[in-house]
Design a protein around this ligand. Structure first.
Ligand code: PMP
Length: 361
């Protein structure tokens, strides 16, 4: 579908943009434009346009404001050494958004329209793609129910939007290990629920647990299964990997996709990359007891979290109501650092891209 371009006549000045790019933080400043597309049951997807970034006018009875029929995605565009820009695996994000749409009874956005929207916004706001190493342009596609009314049922109209925000390090301390809190009080997702979908409600429901984690001096929550609070699922916004053994014998273990955790695109990419590097990989259930005992007897040498925002972040210390322990020596381990560098090299175009993950715009 053609995206009609209606750019702003008053973009931010070069000086203002450069100031924003110098220290962007995460999700604080937004580029000059956004993309919108509309869906209704009569016309399907229509009226795709790129317009100046700005507020939305919504009727107070718009359905998304009441029942949370909303889904989103997150992916990044990286400056390349030849001066171009490439986006990491937009087709994978498009596919995940379509699966989230299905779970939330929303109309899937065609992959082509998703990728076209990314291309249109990145091309228009290309001056916003940070050139410094370690920075990128974070893209946030999302879809909301726009029908006006208070009946609880799938809406008959939706708007898809895409906004972009230059991003520095997600965790302000960079590759410094994080301290995590095992949440036995709260649950993120239950079987049959929405854990595998990227929908706002999952994140709203996580905030009280994140608060509890902060109160215990932890950076992030680790979610456990709903039934037994025994099996490790994922972190608040990242998937988890456990490194068994070390050196040439290192083996990566990550919780299997049970339907209650988000199928991370970084997770899937790392499983591929690790196998490329000759490391063993395994998807299976891991209990908190396995984790603790593995750290205590030295079988588990490293634990790290992975996601689009921070790529790879080591886990240094684990705390829970019952016990606390240190992972390895509490620092960033060699496997985490090697995989992190391999991933960053592909994303920043300084290494070959054997799997065709980088999408040139
Ligand atoms: N789990 C959750 C709950 C997340 O929000 C994210 C971020 N999208 C991830 C895992 C990591 O997914 P990805 O690698 O696709 O960013």
């Amino acid at each position: 579908m053609p995206i009609e371009l209606k750019p702003t006549s008053s973009p931010l000045s070069d000086a203002e943009r450069q100031a924003a790019l110098a220290d962007p933080g995460f999700g604080r400043v937004f580029t000059d434009h956004m993309v919108l597309a509309r869906w209704d049951s009569a016309r399907g997807w229509h009226d795709a346009e790129l317009v100046p970034y700005g507020p939305l006018a919504l009727d107070p009875a718009t359905m998304v404001l009441h029942y949370g029929q909303e889904i989103f995605e997150g992916l990044k565009a990286y400056a390349q050494p030849d001066g171009g820009v490439a986006v990491f695996r937009p087709d994978a994000n498009a596919a995940r958004m379509a699966r989230s749409a299905e779970r939330m009874a929303m109309p899937p956005l065609p992959t082509e329209l998703f990728v076209e929207s990314v291309e249109a916004l990145v091309r228009q706001d290309v001056a916003w793609v940070p050139r410094d190493p370690g920075k990128a342009l974070y893209l946030r596609p999302f879809m909301i129910a726009t029908e006006v009314g208070l009946g609880v049922r799938p809406a008959n109209s939706y708007t898809y939007l895409l906004i972009a925000s230059p991003a520095g390090a997600y965790f302000s301390r960079g590759v410094q290990p994080v301290t995590v809190w095992l949440s036995t009080e709260y649950t993120r997702a239950a079987p049959g629920g929405t854990g595998a979908a990227k929908t706002g409600g999952n994140y709203a429901a996580s905030l009280a647990a994140q608060h509890e984690a902060s109160q215990h001096g932890c950076d992030q929550v680790v979610w456990l299964d709903a039934a037994e609070h025994r099996w490790v699922e994922e972190m608040g916004g990242m998937n988890l990997f456990f490194v068994h053994g070390a050196g040439a014998h290192a083996r990566l273990v990550t919780p299997s996709l049970t339907g209650t955790l988000l199928p991370g695109i970084t997770r899937e990419s790392l499983l591929t990359l690790a196998a490329d590097l000759g490391l063993g990989v395994e998807e299976r259930r891991i209990s908190t007891q396995d984790w603790r005992e593995g750290n205590e007897n030295g079988e588990i040498t490293e634990v790290f979290a992975c996601g689009t925002a921070a790529v790879i972040t080591p886990v240094g210390v684990v705390k829970s109501a019952a016990a606390s322990w240190t992972v390895g020596d509490g620092g960033a381990g060699p496997v985490a650092l090697q995989l992190r560098q391999a991933m960053l090299d592909i994303q920043h175009g300084t290494a070959p891209d054997p799997h065709g993950w980088m999408h040139r715009v």
